[in-house]
Ligand binder design. Structure first.
Ligand SMILES: NC(=O)c1ccc[n+]([C@@H]2O[C@H](COP(=O)([O-])OP(=O)(O)OC[C@H]3O[C@@H](n4cnc5c(N)ncnc54)[C@H](OP(=O)(O)O)[C@@H]3O)[C@@H](O)[C@H]2O)c1
Length: 228
């Protein structure tokens, strides 16, 4: 399994859990790795860096001869009303969230198609269906991730490779650490089930997408917490 964004947060937790479950996991982040396990290998790679992504995917392929699952978890967010969002902030979010997800899908997708199977899970957010104020750049980047997911699912439909996305509600990580408490409470109040999300909630959806019996499920975006 290849998981992006494993230095901290949801990606790190998922990597630890899948290692525990017996997977061999390769992970990446811009910073140094924080998981010290025999079946884990860390790459210091920015997902938006095409050359670095190509060489990482080749290295994983050479070492293991297969990549069964790709979790495109690496992502960044920043709260800012659209009218005061610096273009540099918009570009950073598009580079990591969209270009990064695209590059990993492209490089890993090619190898999965060649092998005749695989699972790709992309990371969106409830910021898309909720059209969250203050999250224009982030929501736009995650909308693009959803479109990429749907189109890729169709392009790979006959190859045994499924492409789906999860849209988590707020989960307590550094990503939401800067969001004022009242904003988080207002967001949670719009959910059918009014509580913060957890890595367990995220993993339940990822497990479903990864299951061999889910081979007829592709191009779907599953939101947590009862958001539609
Ligand atoms: N937490 C939430 O409430 C929430 C809600 C909805 C969706 N999500 C989505 O869930 C995913 C994980 O979020 P999180 O809460 O775990 O965030 P986080 O705690 O901020 O962790 C983000 C991870 O991604 C890595 N990363 C960031 N930019 C990268 C880049 N350009 N290249 C490679 N790695 C990069 C970071 O490591 P480095 O800094 O070392 O690169 C870190 O390991 C994101 O896609 C996010 O949009 C989160």
């Amino acid at each position: 399994m290849l998981i992006t964004g494993t230095r901290k947060g949801i990606g790190r937790e998922l990597a630890l859990r899948y290692l525990e479950a017996g997977w061999r996991v390769a992970g990446c982040s811009r910073g140094a790795g924080t998981i010290d396990k025999p079946e884990y290998r860390h790459f210091e790679v920015d997902v938006a860096d095409e050359k670095a992504v190509v060489s990482m995917v080749r290295a994983v392929w050479r070492e293991h001869g297969r990549i069964d699952a790709l979790l495109n978890n690496a992502g960044i967010a920043s709260m800012n009303p659209a009218l005061t969002t610096p273009v540099a902030s918009m570009r950073r979010m598009l580079e990591t969230n969209v270009v990064g997800t695209f590059l990993l899908c492209r490089e890993v997708g090619k190898l999965m198609v060649r092998r005749g199977g695989g699972r790709i899970v992309n990371f969106s957010s409830v910021a898309v269906p909720l059209a969250l104020e203050g999250e224009a750049a982030y929501a736009a980047s995650k909308s693009a991730v959803e479109s990429l997911t749907r189109v890729l699912a169709r392009e790979l439909g006959g190859s045994g490779v499924t492409v789906n996305a999860i849209g988590p509600t707020p989960v307590d990580t550094d990503l939401v650490a800067g969001v004022p408490a009242e904003k988080l409470e207002a967001l949670v109040a719009r959910q059918a089930i009014r509580r913060m999300g957890t890595v367990d909630d995220v993993q339940a959806v990822v497990d479903f997408f990864l299951a061999p019996s889910s081979d007829f499920v592709t191009g779907q975006v599953v939101y947590l917490g009862g958001i539609d």
